[in-house]
Design a protein around this ligand. Structure first.
Ligand SMILES: [Zn+2]
Ligand SMILES: [Zn+2]
Length: 187
């Protein structure tokens, strides 16, 4: 079901934070730890958070005059393919999250775009867009299995790790090929 910004948040949804227990008094804080199942399509083409894998939210909610400031870390695992050799990549991520959510009808809500500052619905915060952004923006568009991955030989497609150091294909250089033809013509 498509979600519109106007739809009502359900406090039972994993990404929805209920701030009822956080006093609306600037400076009040409340720690929040939660492990949720990763949603589908969480990542980029070559590297992503496996669907339903654990995503750990380790957050502190802080009351500010205009809303609630959510900060902390998001942790989880990644799976993907090396952009050079297509070997499988499995690693973890641990990224910072810092996002302000404005109270409904606050000055901040009235004077900022929804892109700049999140919106609360009553006491509820939908953290999903902020979490997805915080993680996806740190993902490499060209992930590597290791920083110095030599990739695959463009001629035979074998990983350079599995080939001898002097691996080469004959007549790769067209100048040598031309020279060779010249020599054979003379014979
Ligand atoms: Zn690689
Ligand atoms: Zn080769």
């Amino acid at each position: 079901m498509p979600k519109s910004p106007q739809s009502h948040l359900d406090p039972r949804q994993p990404f929805v934070l209920d701030t009822t227990k956080l006093p609306r008094q600037p400076g009040a804080t409340r720690a929040l730890k939660r492990v949720i199942a990763a949603p589908p399509d969480f990542g980029v083409e070559l590297i992503r958070v496996p669907e339903k894998s654990d995503v750990e939210l380790d957050l502190v909610l802080t009351s500010v005059s205009e809303g609630v400031y959510v900060s902390g870390r998001v942790r989880g695992s990644l799976t993907g393919e090396c952009g050079r050799c297509l070997n499988e990549i499995g690693e973890s991520f641990d990224v910072p999250l810092a996002e302000l959510f404005a109270y409904e009808d606050s000055t901040t809500e009235e004077t900022t775009d929804e892109d700049e500052v999140g919106r609360m619905q009553g006491d509820l915060i939908d953290l999903e867009p902020a979490v997805l952004d915080a993680v996806v923006l740190t993902l490499p568009t060209n992930p590597l299995c290791r920083p110095d991955c030599p990739g695959l030989c463009p001629e035979c497609g074998v990983h350079f790790d599995d080939l001898p150091a002097d691996h080469s294909h004959e007549d790769v250089d067209p100048r040598w090929a031309a020279l060779r033809n010249l020599t054979s013509n003379e014979e």
